[in-house]
Write a protein that binds this ligand. Structure first.
Ligand code: FES
Ligand SMILES: [Fe+2]
Length: 391
């Protein structure tokens, strides 16, 4: 699991006037809205006696109150009021917990889980079609995986499995016709252009069948982004029908992943077709989930030597390479093994940006251990920019 990235914590519609608990990167967080409607995210662990803030309530000071002794924490994680001491009394300087930057986009709450300053953060991936309600109709789908996030992302961009795992996407006998036409990649993203030969599209009361012949060449573009561990799958059904599945994949812990997916379509945009679109998207996740939950090991193997890859796996190779680069050169991977001996005895927290700004502050909680970088960043070869814009 990697720190220093944006992740989706929850659907926007779920966080109303009560605090909500979410688990990400193996830690608990509380989300709460202030009076202006802004969502805030704090570590869920009260530094007084370990109360869970998400079981508390929001207050007139725009704080979240701990349910145990009522201490009130503001959006920056600072205690503003200690009821047992009374109004106007001094607050201990160390009465502060980690607070994380938040953004609401695409009907989702995004939280930056790390201590990088704003200018160094990779951006939340673009999804312009979501904003373009005139031309695209969205439906939301959620899926919970028994699988590690790195395997889930790899599955989402893997074209070769479609002929076997998804009857709606292809035929086993056409597996050698499916082709990766092009791979593009930047510092924190990759995309590839592919041609597949799927069966006729089902659904929409049989109407979809009329629009494309069986096994007609169909252009599919999967992309991945490190921020949000997002996968974007653009399917050009024919010359005028397109759909995109955009999903943010949040590591709940090492073995569990929660996908927040929005499917948009530029055809049959009336609400009556939403139910079918949701059902088919969810079914595709289920077909993948059955396979991913049984993979061994559950994580991507430590060494590429432990698996055998072929030419058709090259786009997955791009994902692995970019992920590894951020582990080996930047040191963003959480060392979960180092935390195991402390299980049940000690809580850790994900470092927030305030920790870098206040290096001498005596925070009550220790931060999660990270695996130290093992190599220095290589300079980009001449003529190849380190980062280019996603296509
Ligand atoms: S444990 Fe939170 S106020 Fe005491
Ligand atoms: Fe799949």
């Amino acid at each position: 699991m990697l720190t220093n990235l944006w992740y989706v914590a929850e659907w926007s519609k779920t966080v109303k006037d009560k605090p909500v608990r979410v688990k990400m990167l193996g830690q608990n967080f509380v989300l709460f809205r202030d009076k202006a409607g802004k969502v805030n995210c704090l570590s869920d662990v009260c530094i007084h006696r370990g109360g869970s803030l998400s079981k508390g309530w929001t207050t007139k000071r725009d704080c979240v109150a701990c349910p145990y002794h009522g201490w009130e924490f503001d959006a920056e994680g600072k205690v503003q009021f200690i009821p047992s001491r009374g109004e106007g009394s001094a607050i201990p300087e160390r009465a502060r917990i980690d607070a994380y930057p938040t953004e609401e986009r695409y009907g989702m709450i995004w939280v930056f889980l790390g201590d990088l300053p704003e200018e160094e953060r990779y951006p939340i991936p673009d999804f312009p079609e979501y904003e373009d309600k005139e031309n695209w109709r969205p439906v939301e789908v959620e899926y919970n995986w028994e699988g590690s996030v790195d395997r889930v992302v790899e599955n989402g961009i893997d074209i070769a499995h479609t002929a076997f795992v998804h009857p709606g996407f292809g035929y086993p006998e056409m597996a050698d016709k499916n082709e990766i036409l092009k791979v593009n990649r930047g510092e924190y993203w990759g995309s590839s252009d592919n041609v597949l030969y799927p069966p006729q599209l089902e659904g929409n009361f049989g109407l979809n069948k009329l629009f494309r012949a069986d096994k007609a060449a169909t252009y599919v573009t999967p992309a991945f982004y490190l921020p949000g561990h997002c996968v974007r799958l653009h399917i050009k059904v024919n010359s005028w029908m397109e759909m995109i599945i955009f999903d943010a994949n949040t590591p709940i812990d090492e073995n569990t992943t929660r996908s927040f997916a929005v499917q948009v379509r530029n055809f049959f945009k009336w609400p009556i077709f939403d139910g079918g679109a949701k059902k088919r998207t969810k079914r595709v996740f289920g077909e993948d989930g059955d396979i991913v939950s049984q993979l061994s090991p559950n994580y991507l193997p430590e060494s590429l030597e432990n698996e055998v890859s072929v030419e058709q796996d090259k786009f997955m190779g791009a994902w692995r390479m970019i992920r590894r680069k951020h582990i080996e050169e930047k040191g963003w991977k959480i060392d979960t093994k180092a935390m195991k001996p402390y299980e049940g005895e000690k809580v850790f927290t994900i470092p927030s940006p305030a920790r870098r700004l206040n290096p001498h502050f005596k925070w009550a909680l220790d931060t999660v251990p990270l695996i130290a970088p093992t190599r220095r960043a290589a300079a980009a070869p001449a003529g190849e920019p380190a980062s280019t814009e996603p296509v």
